[in-house]
Design a protein around this ligand. Structure first.
Ligand SMILES: CC(C)(COP(=O)(O)OP(=O)(O)OC[C@H]1O[C@@H](n2cnc3c(N)ncnc32)[C@H](O)[C@@H]1OP(=O)(O)O)[C@@H](O)C(=O)NCCC(=O)NCCS
Length: 222
């Protein structure tokens, strides 16, 4: 790509920009919503992913945010990780109750499938110390190496934190081939309860991929 890609941390005012990218690349998530609620629901999605992650990076081209990766890397202490995550998660129910994420009545219907999806993901967990949670590049900027650059930086960070395995949960409606191209290997395949629910009951396959990190041989660029 001719133009320079810059990287920076995510801040709260970036929420609507990131949700705007999400609305374009994750249409299934907001399939049951219309009008203003589409971006509100996606803001809820971005906020929730932000809360469960401790790595948040944006790709910027000519001053515009064009991509994002949110991930989680274990600090090595399960209790500390849990407490930090809980603290970040506290604002989500409050915003939900205030109606910031759209109709509470409609959203409540997603709770059951969400919990079932978490259970399935737990059952298939590949024992990773790092996870990619939200990853997207704006459609007009895809195919230019921005996704690979964002992933390289996350892999580098995870390696520095001594992670041995990075995992990602994805599904057949998404760009799962990116992970195969990058070197991830498929670890599990199952019916994706949540995406199937969002797709009006059509059976959608979910996948978990994992990437094994070589032990400190500098996989990612400095
Ligand atoms: C996945 C995504 C972030 C990749 O970003 P990107 O900037 O387009 O990716 P890159 O241009 O860096 O591509 C890196 C490599 O992956 C390959 N690739 C990217 N998307 C692909 C796809 N959908 N199918 C097959 N290969 C793909 C590219 O060909 C490239 O291969 P190469 O380096 O060997 O030439 C982007 O396609 C996206 O936002 N998709 C929609 C949202 C999504 O599915 N997110 C991930 C779900 S968990």
């Amino acid at each position: 790509m001719d133009r320079e890609i810059e990287f920076r941390s995510y801040y709260e005012p970036d929420l609507s920009l990131c949700a705007g990218i999400g609305v374009q690349v994750f249409p299934v998530v907001t399939g049951g919503f219309a009008g203003k609620e589409i971006s509100q629901v996606m803001e809820g999605q971005v906020d929730s992913c932000h809360a469960v992650c401790n790595y948040h990076e944006l790709a910027v081209v000519d001053g515009a945010v064009v991509g994002l990766i949110f991930g989680w890397v274990s600090s090595g202490c399960v209790v500390m990780d849990g407490l930090r995550r809980l603290r970040r998660l506290l604002s989500i129910p409050v915003r939900f109750l205030l109606g910031r994420y759209g109709s509470r009545r409609k959203l409540i219907r997603y709770f059951g499938p969400c919990l079932r999806a978490v259970r399935v993901a737990r059952r298939n967990a590949p024992g990773s110390q790092a996870e990619v949670v939200l990853f997207a590049v704006s459609p007009g900027y895809q195919g230019l190496g921005i996704g690979r650059a964002l992933m390289d930086r996350f892999v580098h960070h995870a390696s520095k934190c001594k992670a041995r395995v990075i995992s990602v949960t994805t599904d057949e409606t998404l760009s799962f081939r990116f992970y195969e191209r990058y070197g991830f290997r498929r670890w599990a395949e199952y019916r994706d309860v949540l995406t199937s629910y969002c797709s009006g009951g059509r059976s959608i396959k979910g996948f978990i991929y994992r990437l094994l990190l070589p032990e400190a041989n500098g996989l990612a660029p400095e």
